[in-house]
Write a protein that binds this ligand. Structure first.
Ligand SMILES: Cc1ncc(COP(=O)(O)O)c(C=O)c1O
Length: 425
């Protein structure tokens, strides 16, 4: 029987043609395609996320067709070569540096934390909410207060740190409670950088905004397994012009002006100045051209993932051994929980033997050797993150996955659960 991979990207002849167009254009790195991708991305996010409102069809997403009344506000979109780079740039732009505390969930990929360390700041891990995969606002406030109190008193590890920023991560594309998190951030003067790596496109519960557009900046990923992909890539989104300007400078070596066209446009000047030791985080046109096609497919790809998630939900919702994921969001992941965590690893093995790929999102960072040692943490210090990690498995959910393939996953899962129940009545 044919194997069912954990993920397969959805790309077709349009993506192939886009790459060939760039290869033949005479310009392979950042240029007109990247600029167009940024513009079209901003246009997409400026549409109302309300499902009742009329969506622009992909062919109308090009700027000349955009209806101005659909624009919510001005958003600056900056294409980068990964979400990791985008998070680094966003934190740098909001002023994170040595001595700062950045509050992040432990239940995330290491990229969310490493960028904090790149800047010499410290990651302060916040547990997730019970029955959720996302940062618990109550625990966020407790973590901020504990640092503020320590600052005044003891010589504990986090004493002397300044609370500076928070990175809510929309795990699996499920939006965090941004109202609560933003309220806390405002009270304590923290910048909010959303890690929206999984969340394109995800409507916030009030359908008034898209995830990734609620904080000072938001960062999307176009890594190979993400909801839309360029292989590697990312986009930083912000409504704050001064942040956009800083990110634009820092993503291209700290050069003070766009100079990408100095070889292709005879009118462009050769002169530029370096105003900071920046990074090389630009997205090449070869990838941006793929991103433009994927952007046009974004809503259709979401519909395909939703259809698979609904199929899984219907099959598993009445199975007492399993807990289905909360509804909504971008449905980047389908995270299934076992009531009995000891079943998780044998389940992964069982599906592997049936030729079905799975994954685990996430091994919490506070049990990773580097962070565990640096911050002296024990697994039970963030009990919900540790619990969720041990009971959760991610099932295949990718656009282009057929109903029959989803049914094979369901059949294998229910068969495993049934066998386990007969063995342990
Ligand atoms: C939550 C989260 N944040 C950030 C990233 C980094 O994304 P990228 O691979 O585009 O750098 C990932 C990648 O998987 C992720 O899962």
């Amino acid at each position: 029987m044919e194997a069912i991979p954990f993920h397969r990207p959805y790309v077709g002849t349009e993506e192939e043609e886009a790459v060939i167009r760039v290869l033949r254009s005479g310009w392979l790195t950042t240029g007109v395609e990247a600029l167009a991708f940024e513009k079209e991305f901003a246009e997409f996010l400026s549409q109302s996320p309300d499902p009742q409102s009329e969506y622009l069809q992909p062919e109308h997403l090009q700027s000349e067709h955009l209806q101005p009344q659909l624009l919510q506000s001005q958003l600056f979109c900056l294409a980068v070569n990964s979400a990791t780079s985008g998070l680094h740039l966003a934190l740098e732009a909001v002023g994170v540096g040595p001595g700062d505390a950045v509050f992040i969930p432990s239940y995330t990929f290491t990229a969310t934390a490493e960028v904090v360390r790149y800047l010499g700041a410290e990651a302060v891990f916040v547990d997730i909410a019970p029955d959720s995969y996302n940062m618990d606002p109550i625990k966020l406030e407790a973590a901020i207060s504990s640092i503020t109190e320590k600052k005044q008193s003891s010589n504990a590890a986090s004493a002397g740190l300044r609370p500076k920023a928070v990175i809510p991560v929309h795990i699996g594309g499920l939006p965090c409670d941004m109202e609560a998190i933003s309220g806390i951030a405002r009270r304590y003067g923290l910048a909010v950088v959303e890690d929206a790596a999984h969340a394109f496109p995800a409507r916030m519960p009030d359908a008034a905004r898209w995830a990734g557009t609620c904080g000072d900046a938001g960062v999307f990923s176009f890594y190979a397994s993400k909801t839309i992909t360029t292989g590697e890539g990312g986009m930083v989104v912000t409504a704050r012009e001064e942040l956009a300007r800083r990110i634009q400078v820092m993503r291209s070596h700290g050069i003070d002006r766009p100079v990408w066209n100095r070889y292709t446009d005879t009118a462009a000047s050769w002169f530029y100045e370096v105003v900071a030791p920046g990074f090389k985080y630009n997205l090449p046109d070869l990838l941006a051209a793929v991103g433009r096609v994927q952007l046009c497919r974004a809503m259709a790809l979401l519909e395909m993932r939703l259809a698979i998630a609904q199929r899984y939900d219907r099959a598993f919702e009445n199975e007492p051994a399993l807990i289905i994921p909360p509804p909504g969001g971008a449905r980047h992941l389908y995270t299934l929980r076992f009531m009995e965590p000891s079943q998780r690893d044998p389940f992964i093995e069982y599906l592997r033997n049936q030729g079905i790929g799975t994954s685990v999102h996430f091994i919490p960072l506070h049990i990773m050797p580097y962070y565990q040692e640096r911050y002296g943490l024990q697994p039970e210090d963030l009990p919900e993150s540790y619990k969720r990690f041990r009971e959760t498995v991610s099932l295949p959910i990718w656009p282009g996955m057929s109903g029959e393939q989803a049914d094979r996953v369901i059949e294998a899962a229910l068969c495993f659960v049934g066998r386990h129940r007969s063995a342990n009545p």
